[in-house]
Design a protein around this ligand. Structure first.
Ligand SMILES: Cc1cc2nc3c(=O)[nH]c(=O)nc-3n(C[C@H](O)[C@H](O)[C@H](O)COP(=O)(O)OP(=O)(O)OC[C@H]3O[C@@H](n4cnc5c(N)ncnc54)[C@H](O)[C@@H]3O)c2cc1C
Length: 394
């Protein structure tokens, strides 16, 4: 039996832990937050990742906890409808996937599925890693010191533990900030994802959930970096200024900014040419964040976590396992990270002309002809989730 420390208890961490425990390893998950985090909004589980949930016996539960989103409707000036994309009836296509679930809900399902087989430790994190050919000495922020055979870093795009083994990971900022809020639902709300193209690089979104509230997103194209690390008051002031007069339902969302649960991120991709250093290996967003605009981040996390565990189960030597994992996942990750040209600026245009061009493009993208041709427009919101075959469990 090998002892494995997994850092991060969101999607990639518990999934890796589950499969490693199944292979007979002794697994501990350390999570920086004091308890399971329930923030976040609607995420898609597609293609290979649906299969991972299926193999874990969790697909039905995940579908039962879906957000009920019926599809995506894009709105232009004055809230006028530009295009409509009904939810998929399969597990790969369209901006609204068949399996849409709140991130916190998926995290909870994965946690409950694993908590009897895996030791969870909340409110702590890795402070130092010191490895030799036989193992990894881990010092935690709490002062605890332990030795493990392997360490898996699954602690997200801003992973600090990644810096301990691969400092200055190449990062590509997309020039967009998203604020996610949970706001009260009103009678006029629908079960569609309504995406208002507000101009001046702004997008205002409302999406249904399965908890009786609405999930709002404020998208802002900006060259200013560091907004994500400002304090909440400063973020609220900035968002109020940036979205003043944007129209449609913006004022309703701005009115909730002081009190609503909020999570704000500055979108960036991680591009590493290796995902392991000795006995330490990365997975999920920590390894290859593709960002929410890719529509495939959670799919990559679930598929990657399973693949890593399957490769470790298939090889006696961790080096061979990590090489196999890299070879299998890299083409899929590269496809997932490769965004259509102009993303995300084209979907959040600055000028009136940009809004008009987007309106025309969306009408085309929503047409059956464009979909059949599989043009770049028809691929709107349709990431390559089915272009990966999971390894068989050895
Ligand atoms: C709070 C939150 C809200 C999100 N909301 C959305 C959303 O609305 N839409 C969307 O598309 N994607 C969202 N995401 C991102 C989405 O979950 C991921 O893109 C995807 O599911 C991959 O998951 P992951 O497990 O690799 O990373 P993440 O989901 O980012 O999880 C990383 C986990 O590691 C923990 N962690 C961070 N640093 C450390 C550390 N040093 N030590 C130990 N633990 C650490 C974090 O608290 C978190 O639980 C959100 C992520 C988080 C953390």
């Amino acid at each position: 039996m090998t002892s494995v420390l997994v850092s991060g208890a969101s999607v990639a961490g518990p999934t890796t832990a589950s499969w490693l425990a199944r292979a007979g390893h002794d697994v501990t998950v350390v999570e920086r937050a004091d308890s399971l985090r329930d923030e976040g909004q609607n995420i898609d589980v597609r293609g290979a990742a649906r299969e991972v949930l299926r193999r874990m016996g969790l697909e039905e539960a995940a579908l039962a906890h879906g957000t009920g989103e019926q599809g995506t409707v894009l709105l232009g000036e004055g809230g006028r409808e530009l295009a409509r994309f009904p939810a998929s009836t399969d597990d790969t296509t369209g901006p609204t996937a068949e399996l849409e679930i709140l991130r916190g809900r998926l995290g909870q399902l994965l946690f409950e599925h694993t908590q009897d087989d895996v030791a969870y430790r909340f409110g702590d994190q890795i402070a130092a890693l010191d490895q030799d050919p036989d193992g990894v000495d881990v010092t935690f922020l709490s002062g605890k010191e332990e030795r493990y055979d392997l360490v898996v870093l699954a602690d997200g795009v801003n992973s600090r533990s990644r810096d301990l083994v691969l400092p200055d990971a190449p990062r590509r900022y997309l020039g967009m900030v998203i604020a996610y809020l949970t706001i009260p639902r009103i009678d006029d709300d629908t079960d569609w994802w309504r995406w208002y193209v507000a101009g001046q690089g702004r997008g205002v979104n409302l999406r249904p959930d399965d908890t009786g509230t609405q999930r709002a997103m404020l998208n802002l194209m900006t060259d200013v970096r560091g907004i994500d690390v400002l304090d909440r008051d400063a973020q609220v002031t900035l968002l109020r200024r940036a979205f003043a007069g944007a129209g449609w339902q913006t004022d309703r969302i701005l009115a909730e900014l002081d009190d609503a649960p909020m999570y704000l991120e500055d979108l960036s991709q991680i591009h590493l040419d290796r995902w392991s250093v000795g006995r330490v290996v990365l997975t999920g967003d920590a390894a290859w964040c593709a960002t929410p605009v890719s529509g495939i981040g959670t799919t990559l996390a679930l598929s990657g976590a399973y693949t890593l565990a399957a490769c470790l189960a298939a090889h006696d030597d961790h080096r061979a396992a990590f090489a196999d994992y890299d070879a299998r996942m890299r083409p899929f990750v590269e496809k997932g990270q490769s965004l259509p040209p102009g993303t995300p600026g084209l979907a959040n245009p600055q000028t009136d002309l940009g809004r008009k061009v987007l309106g025309t493009a969306l009408k085309l993208a929503a047409s059956p002809v464009a979909k059949k041709l599989g043009t770049a427009l028809g691929r709107f919101g349709n990431p390559p989730a089915d272009e990966y075959e999971l390894p068989a469990w050895p």
